[in-house]
Design a protein around this ligand. Sequence first.
Ligand code: G3H
Ligand code: ZN
Length: 282
Amino acid sequence: MLVPTEQLLQHARQDRYAVGAFNVYTLEAVRAVVSAAEESRSPAILQVLPKALELGGTALIALCLEAARTAGVPLSVHLDHCSSADTIETALEAGISSIMADGSGLPYDRNLAFTRQMVDLTLSRGKSVEAELGRLSGSEDGMTVARRDACLTDPAQAEMFADQSGVHALAVCIGNVHGTYHAPPQLDFKRLAAIADRVRIPLVLHGTSGLPDAMITRAVALGVCKFNVNTELRSAGMAAGAAYLEEAYKPELVERMQVEVNAMRQPVMAKIGLFGSAGKAS
Ligand code: G3H
Ligand code: ZN
């Protein structure tokens, strides 16, 4: 069933677990997330990046919304990392449940101004907004942020930003990076605890692929309510599809699609277990 993202995150915050937000680009990925969530009796979020929307158009949002409506567990559909007001408007028109107004590349004041505008736009349609404070390094869909520009979230500034912007969820930077971790991840849990102490809205952690299990469970215990997962899912699907084409005597498209669904289900199931959302579908 399709439910508001805010409802999913508020429930997770009260019950001290986290909801997985999985980036989807294709029907196969959507099927993988929905079937893993249903098997685990877990809520989940289907999220799309602006780059995926460029290719799939609003039909991709429609696919996710219909998959959510017909699923046997609560799901929402979220626009991930968006710094364009026009794209946010288009996604809202298409019925998306929530958006991430990403002004994290801007100085504090401009991030705040942009986020407030997007909160006004989104709230008028009864939907919710995630924003980010601090800046993630790593890359995702061509979006690269030089390591030297990356900065971690300041707890006092996070409290101020949450109060002043009116956002419903806040993504924090505590050493997490998008894509592959080229060195063992080092998350600043002291900083996360200080942020959680001051900020009264659900916290979000991006760059979940490649984080050790113990770090994920520790972040949940400290108050992270939403984890964004992309790379692990995407690579599992692509690797399985490529292996199928290599090995199949007479490849069939539907068989390849099913192989990809099965492969992408695995990281989704594993992450749901770590986030503590299994069995929370009621
Ligand atoms: O917004 C999406 C993510 O933060 C995903 O990061 O590719 O490292 O899992 P990831
Ligand atoms: Zn992200």
